[in-house]
Ligand binder design. Structure first.
Ligand code: MEV
Length: 320
């Protein structure tokens, strides 16, 4: 391979409905955020480096896996830059995996790879790094906008791609979201997605009640999709609260998150609030008539809170 440079960026995400249940084939509904991760790559290189240091496989485990699974082309010099809190469960590992794969494929091919190829490879990277995953986060990081993942193809929604793993299959669809006044807040407590996914798996494997909760979350997500079509904010808020209760019962809530979810709900005009992403810490999402009041209430409690404006921009790649 001659001298080549590539750059890619991918967005973070929030999950409105369906985290954890999507790992078991239930639907999920997520949207991309404006905050992004950027990755640059250059070849040839004398050594494989990330941010000018030898690749630290522990710190950059997703990059290490991406290279192990998808790179046979010698050393590569990588640089990363992020606007997303790590361990905040707003999609930083998926955005990093997706942007890294976008760069590696572009370096190999001399042109940006098709989005579906990147989405599949980024999912394999997350799956191998975490030991389990759904393609939710990497699909949103690739596609941008609002994404519905579903075991079957959904009528009336644009079908993006299908991803299979073992006995499961997920169909990714792009959907149009109405304008939603959403707030995201990071509790400041970092938690590893892999640990939360493993915790839920232990519960679900041993316990029929765990499997009922997973199905209940699936039903809530389907109702959420209907409520979105009518921009029924009251119903959406109720469903978010119910989704949160299911996640709490599954054991992926955390005291710091509970306090923030309750505080968001206490602000007059809040329709609902739930944890978003893997839990155990990380972030919440609230739907509120007065988003700024929720942001201020949560900031007073020490959280990093900001409006969750959905971004239509997915993976963007350039090669030179
Ligand atoms: C994490 O953002 C979402 C989970 O459902 C895991 C996954 O889908 O891979 C908890």
């Amino acid at each position: 391979m001659g001298s080549r440079s590539a750059a890619a960026s991918a967005p973070g995400k929030v999950i409105l409905f369906g985290e954890h249940a999507v790992v078991y084939g239930e639907p999920s509904l997520s949207l991309a955020l404006h905050r992004r991760i950027r990755v640059w790559g250059d070849v040839p290189a004398d050594a494989t480096t990330v941010n000018r240091e030898a690749l630290d496989e522990h710190r950059f485990s997703y990059i290490a896996t991406a290279l192990r699974l998808h790179w046979r082309d010698g050393h590569v010099r990588l640089r990363t830059e992020t606007e997303l809190p790590q361990g905040g469960h707003v999609g930083s590992s998926a955005a990093l995996s997706t942007a890294t794969i976008g760069v590696l494929f572009a370096l190999q091919r001399g042109t940006p790879a098709p989005a579906a190829d990147v989405a599949r490879a980024a999912f394999e990277t997350e799956y191998a790094t975490q030991g389990a995953a759904s393609p939710n986060d990497t699909t949103v990081a690739t596609a941008g906008g609002a994404v519905l993942l579903s075991p079957q193809r959904e009528a009336g929604a644009e079908h993006l791609w299908r991803i299979e793993k073992g006995e499961r299959a997920w169909n990714a669809h792009r959907i149009t979201l109405p304008d939603l006044p959403l707030v995201v807040a990071h509790s400041g407590v970092r938690a590893r997605t892999a640990d939360q996914v493993a915790k839920v798996k232990r519960f679900v494997d041993k316990n029929a009640f765990g499997r009922d909760l997973i199905q209940e979350i699936g039903a809530i997500t389907r109702e959420g999709v209907e409520a979105l079509k009518h921009r029924d904010l009251v119903r959406l808020g109720e469903l978010m609260n119910r989704n949160h209760t299911c996640l709490h019962t599954l054991g992926v809530d955390a005291p710091a998150l509970t306090r923030l979810v309750e505080a968001a709900r206490r602000v007059p005009g809040t329709f609902g609030a739930k944890l978003t992403g893997a839990g155990g810490g990380g972030s919440l999402i609230a739907l509120a008539e007065r988003p700024q009041a929720v942001i201020e209430a949560l900031q007073r409690m020490g959280a990093q809170a900001f409006p969750a404006e959905p971004s239509p921009r997915g993976l963007e790649v350039s090669v030179s």
